[in-house]
Design a protein around this ligand. Structure first.
Ligand code: ADP
Ligand code: 5GP
Length: 222
């Protein structure tokens, strides 16, 4: 049993699994996570706190805890967050530490959807975290997905695409890279990674040099 960095000093943690999924907004993280949770209802999705407005269909406490900037800053001050980030949009996003600690303590599987800054903060505290980067097949397809979701105003689409360049350039810091072209293929690959299946090796970043989106993004100075 290891010391748990999220826990209060002196506590220990059993071998719970922590999976960090990052990728640009619109890559399909929510879609993939939803399908994984349908197939594994025992997995725990860490519901983040955010100061951004809910999108149509998003429910408080399910997709996010929608809170005010003052409440968020209270959580930072109270050290209630495992990690947090002040995102390009101006909104705060963060992972409440306590639920993650509880599930890892009892040996459960936790899924985190966080952008790279947050992912690196978590990895520092919990080095056993499995880092998975979810990429869209191309920047053009990412734009199409962001526009077709219909809940992001045009200026915010541009801001998110700009952010996407930086995020995609962080992919080399992840252990695994999965391209979300066909959702079912992508879900099967993430599952193989979670379960340590033989298909997981093909998804390791170092085996993915032929992925088009990486060539597209990493060939430009970011
Ligand atoms: P994220 O959570 O990464 O911001 P979403 O899961 O909300 O992304 O997906 C963005 C949009 O793209 C949604 O409208 C979703 O239905 C769509 N989408 C997700 N995966 C795919 C895919 N493999 N092919 C086509 N559209 C997809
Ligand atoms: P969205 O507004 O599209 O739901 O999320 C925008 C970005 O915030 C995504 O890149 C998503 O991964 C990231 N995000 C969501 N929750 C958290 C969190 O708790 N912490 C951090 N650092 N990023 C988050």
């Amino acid at each position: 049993r290891k010391r748990c960095m999220v826990c209060r000093p002196g506590r220990t943690m059993s071998e719970g699994k922590l999976i960090i999924l990052s990728g640009p907004s619109g890559a399909g993280k929510s879609t993939v996570i939803r399908q994984i949770l349908e197939r594994h209802p025992d997995f725990f999705f860490s519901v983040s706190a955010t100061t951004r407005q809910p999108r149509g269909g998003e429910r408080d406490g399910v997709h996010y805890h929608f809170i005010t900037p003052a409440q968020f800053e209270g959580m930072i001050a109270g050290q209630a967050l495992l990690e947090y980030n002040h995102y390009a949009s101006g909104d705060y996003y963060g992972t409440p530490a306590e639920p993650v600690r509880r599930v890892l303590d009892r040996g459960g599987t936790v899924l985190l959807d966080v952008e790279p800054n947050g992912a690196f903060q978590v990895l520092e505290k919990l080095p056993q975290a499995v880092m998975v980067f979810l990429a869209p097949p191309s920047l053009a397809e990412l734009r199409r997905r962001l526009e077709s979701r219909g809940d992001t105003p045009p200026d915010k689409v541009e801001a998110r695409l700009k952010q996407a360049h930086w995020e995609l350039a962080q992919a080399p810091h992840y252990t695994y890279l999965v391209v979300n072209d066909q959702v079912d293929v992508c879900v099967a690959q993430v599952e193989a990674i979670l379960q340590g299946g033989p298909e997981a090796a093909a998804c390791r970043y170092e085996n993915q040099s032929e992925v088009e989106i990486l060539k597209e993004v990493l060939s430009h100075a970011v």
